[in-house]
Design a protein around this ligand. Structure first.
Ligand code: GLC
Length: 524
């Protein structure tokens, strides 16, 4: 028997222990799928103060590992827990201690933490070991990220993740477990390949370890004054022309291999429009920027077992159930109970998500007799726009500025259409969740939205499409797609066909996991 591949999945977020956005969802689901394929994958996560140890029992496995940095010695402790387990009711996200930002991001992706886990997971008993890296000075207080936007606002945040990266590399001997691959996520772990190379200079046990660096959002790069960073690490690293050091860039330059979370985004980020200043570097990697499309947790998002929705359903029962869920949603929102087409949007309200475009087409949607519900929080001016629209058209529009796990799923199940006109979208989850619930997505043709939504092609009975897509990031283009959708909505047999196609889309994690395994093998 060959020994399984050992992969350490290093992440700043992990659903349900410490989740802010989509990265947390990926970390919560992908390692589990990899384990099912026989990979000895383990997760390393900072032991944040917000992790509820009562709910996710962790054992102290290494009390003290000394970490020498710049002539001083600091200590690390390592705790061990497993995921998923104990995902039960009660909702970790409802407790205090969670940042605004966590609630905000949860609103984007709806409910997945607040429920009893699918029995199937328990039966399969897939448990992923999670190492919680502990240090009181850098990790043990102050939430997950320090800013509502999750973008870096202070050196404290850079320091936290530099320390976490150093500490992670220091644990292998004490744990008596050496990975073949360290799988890094986003800027927080971007320094790991560099630090690994430094370790390897002095310790041969580090020499065979390879790295995979995954970009979840290129816009958030972890940039800071190079002097502060190099002083913290006591390493002589080159600054960029602007005097900064960019942790995302370090990861991209120094990892054995790099990938992102959809095939289209992998291509897009090699262009100036999407490259966030790193297009030239990414273009030089060309075909070596792999794209692997994320999945959706099939147990958390399952219309067959969802206890938040009025009527559970399958592909066979969707038509009746959807009407019932729609009426229930209309009642809940105080909208007239009618067959008016109902648009849903569950998102962070940021310009990345194209919220201003949505706000601008509202008069047209209202004129066409549609209803809309917007759930989420975010940039104030966008919240304001959607709130104003709801005030102006109370019979048609409801804006809920909050995180509401239950309402999110009620929208996924009860709406007819789901809006996701993102300016850019590395992968996107909302559209896939909507599809699982038979809700037809209207998306911009970008990133993961291209890879996951096949547009309706106009009336052929063998049409395999299930969404509406537009290219140009403009009000006119979104409006045209929405009006086309409204027209098709009137044609019930066609609409039902679209719903069937949407629900047939297989968003399970197994496909991505297989691609990651192939990439891991390529790397080692
Ligand atoms: C980021 C991206 C989102 C992606 C997620 C998980 O949040 O914005 O598109 O789905 O990461 O990879």
């Amino acid at each position: 028997m060959t020994t399984p591949l050992r992969v350490l999945f290093v992440t700043s977020e992990l659903n349900p222990l410490a989740k802010v956005g989509g990265l947390g969802d990926v970390a919560g689901a992908l390692p589990r799928a990899l384990r099912e394929l026989g990979v000895d994958v383990r997760v390393a996560l900072p032991k944040y103060e917000v992790i509820d140890i009562a709910k996710y029992p962790a054992k102290l496995v290494v009390k003290q590992i000394p970490l020498s940095r710049c002539g001083i010695t600091e200590n690390i402790a390592v705790w061990k827990t497993v995921t998923p387990q104990n995902l039960g009711h009660g909702g970790w996200q409802r407790e205090s201690g969670h940042t605004e930002r966590s609630r905000e991001a949860l609103a984007e992706h709806g409910a997945r933490c607040d429920r009893v886990p699918g029995l199937r997971t328990r039966e399969r008993n897939i448990e992923v070991p999670v190492y919680l890296i502990d240090n009181p000075d850098y990790i043990g207080s102050g939430g997950i990220y320090f800013e509502k936007t999750a973008f870096v606002g202070s050196f404290k945040e850079i320091e936290r993740f530099l320390f976490f990266s150093l500490a992670t590399l220091e644990c292998f001997a004490a744990l008596d477990w050496w990975p073949d691959i360290i799988h890094c996520q986003d800027w927080h772990t971007g320094m790991i390949p560099t630090l690994l190379a430094e370790k390897a200079k002095r310790d041969e046990r580090y020499r065979s370890i390879k790295t995979l660096y995954t970009v979840h959002n290129l816009a958030n790069q972890g940039r800071w004054n190079a002097r502060d960073v190099t002083n913290f690490l006591c390493l002589d690293l080159p600054a960029r022309d602007d005097g900064d050091l960019n942790l995302m860039e370090r990861g991209l330059r120094n990892a054995t291999a790099i990938n992102t979370v959809s095939k289209t985004y992998a291509k897009e980020i090699q262009t100036p429009e999407f490259g966030e200043g790193l297009a030239r570097l990414l273009k030089s990697e060309g075909d070596h920027v792999y794209g692997i499309v994320n999945g959706v947790d099939q147990e958390f998002f399952n219309p067959e077992t969802d206890d938040f929705i009025k009527q559970t359903y399958t592909q066979e029962t969707v038509n009746d159930a959807k009407s019932e869920n729609k009426r229930d949603l209309q009642r809940t929102l105080g909208l007239p109970e009618s067959d008016a087409p109902l648009f849903g949007l569950v998102s962070r309200f940021t310009s990345q998500k194209g919220i201003e475009l949505v706000a601008e087409i509202l008069p047209d949607l209202v004129r066409a007799g549609a209803q809309c519900v917007f759930l989420g929080v975010g940039e104030e001016h966008l919240e304001q726009k959607l709130t104003d629209a709801a005030k102006r058209h109370p019979q048609n529009i409801v804006t809920a500025l909050r995180f509401d796990a239950k309402l999110a799923n009620q929208i996924y199940a009860g709406a007819d259409l789901f809006l996701m006109p993102s300016k850019f979208e590395p992968c996107g989850l909302g559209q896939m969740i909507a599809m699982r619930y038979g809700t037809i997505p209207i998306v911009r043709k970008t990133g993961g939205l291209v890879d996951t939504v096949t547009p309706y092609a106009g009336g052929k009975t063998d049409d395999q499409g299930w969404g509406f897509a537009f290219q140009e990031f403009s009000t006119e283009a979104l409006k045209a797609a929405a009006l086309e959708a409204l027209e098709v909505y009137q044609d019930k047999p066609t609409w039902q066909h679209l719903i069937q196609n949407a629900m047939a889309y297989d968003s399970s994690w197994i496909h991505a996991a297989k691609e990651y395994v192939a990439l891991y093998h390529k790397i080692v």
